[in-house]
Design a protein around this ligand. Structure first.
Ligand SMILES: Cc1cc2nc3c(=O)[nH]c(=O)nc-3n(C[C@H](O)[C@H](O)[C@H](O)COP(=O)(O)OP(=O)(O)OC[C@H]3O[C@@H](n4cnc5c(N)ncnc54)[C@H](O)[C@@H]3O)c2cc1C
Length: 496
């Protein structure tokens, strides 16, 4: 039955992209309904219980609260109140067994980088990174239609007020590797390994594939102020939903939208449980790869073309552990461990390890810690057609190899482990519907990911897109920015 005449807009999915757009629209007076496939909100930013522990579903770090950054904007514009605690060290990187502390303060960080990588041009490179990153954040704040995805976006960009950003043009044209090479830093192979694995975290690509306008904010993002949310990152979607409800909006769980049909100027949405919703407007927080299957045949061409344009996305392998709290290095909550021998079946040479704050007893019982470990998977679909035995065997093999590679941080013995389980791209596909099991957005790919991304507007009037496959940049800040952009486009369309 159609049940939703009282809502102005339906958002398909409660990822941070969808919830950001939904909360901004709700605050601006629109009645918003979120339809969520899962029984928990947040998509890749969620926290779920298991055997007395609570684990993060995907993301573990939360940045983006500095000036001109999207989380700061959301806190101010939405009155979002997060119970957040700043970490002393945003992240530690382990390279060949040695810790590199990514200090937040520029001079402290340069000193650390010079000690580890030698003094040649470290200061010059990092000072430039900070300067270009600051400009890039200000640009994305002041020009929400950058990167331009359509003619109206280009017209918006050409406004005289935006001419001051022309100074950033060289950084659009040069890759991060070009800039490193200009500083003779590509000859420093130790440093290049560090840079490329750091870039993978937030650009999903290495320095050669990432334009410096994206690369600079990515490289400074991993040592920008990083926050812990008590109870887990699910606090963020929970708070956004609270705002949506406060303005007469709602969320319906276990509602997977399987088809989007145009009806007059509005839409008719069908869910997998047979229910229907009618609405004048839709925002989809699903990926560009999912959309072709959801829209009518005459509209799927657009999404199929987008899918072919961006035909690669990483999967993720996740290992969750509930362990005894006896490991000194876990006083720092986030670690990237870089190693030389690639992981079996995945080929990755780094993992990201995060632990809960020991005082947060919502996440782990006293005397234990909740640990999330993740790594990139270049072939997410390899998991889809395995027999149950091979699937489990392969997971076990990777789990053991991961435990072996992280011994500097977490030298666990079997008696330390109370809970242990892993997830693959198949889990992300089944649990939050990510087509092909691809997560983390669209990897940077030179100018293509700056100028040829999908627009939040689609060829179907009143159907908009949001989320990590519609914005060039990955992570919570990027999807929050994509939510802001979608909101602003809808506001502009309403003004006519
Ligand atoms: C392992 C991993 C680690 C990460 N680490 C970090 C990190 O530390 N810091 C960081 O900032 N970022 C991190 N990221 C990236 C970041 O979490 C994601 O890019 C971002 O959260 C994606 O948000 P999104 O809005 O695009 O949608 P998603 O998170 O994909 O959410 C989409 C939502 O829509 C729902 N949905 C989908 N299809 C339908 C449908 N048809 N009907 C109804 N509902 C539907 C899903 O169930 C889901 O809840 C990580 C990602 C992963 C996978």
């Amino acid at each position: 039955m159609a049940t939703s005449h009282r809502f102005d807009i339906i958002v398909i999915g409660s990822g941070i992209g969808g919830l950001t757009a939904g909360a901004l629209l709700a605050k601006a007076g629109r009645k918003v309904l979120i339809l969520e496939k899962n029984h928990l909100p947040g998509g890749c930013v969620s926290t779920f219980p298991r055997s007395g522990f609570r684990f993060e579903a995907g993301a573990t770090t939360l940045m983006g609260f500095d000036r001109f950054q999207p989380m700061d904007r959301l806190e101010r514009e939405l009155g979002l109140h997060l119970d957040r605690k700043k970490l002393d060290i945003p992240m530690t990187v382990w390279l060949d067994g040695k810790p590199i502390r990514r200090h937040e303060n520029l001079n402290d960080w340069i000193q650390e980088a010079e000690t580890v990588f030698g003094e040649t041009n470290q200061r010059e490179f990092w000072e430039l990174c900070y300067q270009v990153a600051a400009d890039a954040w200000e640009m994305s704040y002041s020009m929400p239609f950058f990167p331009p995805a359509s003619l109206p976006d280009w017209i918006q960009l050409a406004k005289p007020a935006n001419l001051r950003f022309l100074k950033s043009l060289p950084w659009v044209l040069k890759s991060t590797q070009d800039v490193l090479s200009g500083f003779r830093l590509t000859q420093n192979s130790h440093f290049l390994r560090f840079i490329d694995q750091q870039m993978l975290i937030a650009a999903q690509a290495y320095s050669a594939k990432t334009q410096f306008l994206v690369g600079a904010p990515v490289l400074t993002y991993t040592n920008s102020p990083n926050y812990y949310l008590s109870g887990g990152l699910i606090q963020l979607p929970d708070q956004l939903i609270k705002i949506i409800r406060q303005y007469q909006g709602a969320i319906h769980y276990r509602k997977e939208v399987v088809s989007i049909r145009q009806k007059g100027t509005g839409f008719y949405l069908e869910c997998s449980d047979g229910s229907f919703y009618e609405t004048p407007r839709v925002i989809s927080n699903s990926t560009i790869w999912n959309m072709a299957e959801m829209v009518q045949e005459d509209q799927c061409d657009y999404f199929s073309r987008l899918g072919r344009r961006f035909d690669f996305g990483w999967g993720a392998f996740i290992l969750n552990l509930g362990v005894r709290d006896r490991f000194p290095e876990l006083k720092h909550l986030h670690h990237q461990v870089i190693f030389t021998e690639p992981l079996p079946h995945l080929g990755s040479v780094s993992v990201f390890l995060s632990a809960n704050d020991p005082s947060d007893l919502n996440r782990a019982p006293a005397g234990f810690r909740s640990v999330n470990i993740s790594t990139h998977d270049p072939d997410p679909e390899m998991w889809f057609n395995l027999s149950p035995e091979v699937y489990e065997d392969r997971k076990r093999e990777i789990e053991s190899a991961v435990l072996d590679r992280i011994r500097q941080v977490l030298p666990v013995e079997s008696e330390d482990i109370r809970v242990r389980f892993s997830g693959t791209s198949r889990s992300f596909n089944e649990w939050i519907g990510r087509k092909h099991g691809r997560v983390g957005g669209i990897p940077s790919d030179g100018l293509k990911t700056i100028f040829r991304m999908a627009s939040p507007r689609t060829p179907m009037k009143n159907l908009y897109m949001v989320g990590d496959t519609t914005f060039p940049g990955q992570g919570i800040s990027a999807v929050a920015q994509s939510g802001i952009n979608t909101f602003l486009r809808i506001a502009e369309d309403d003004r006519g």
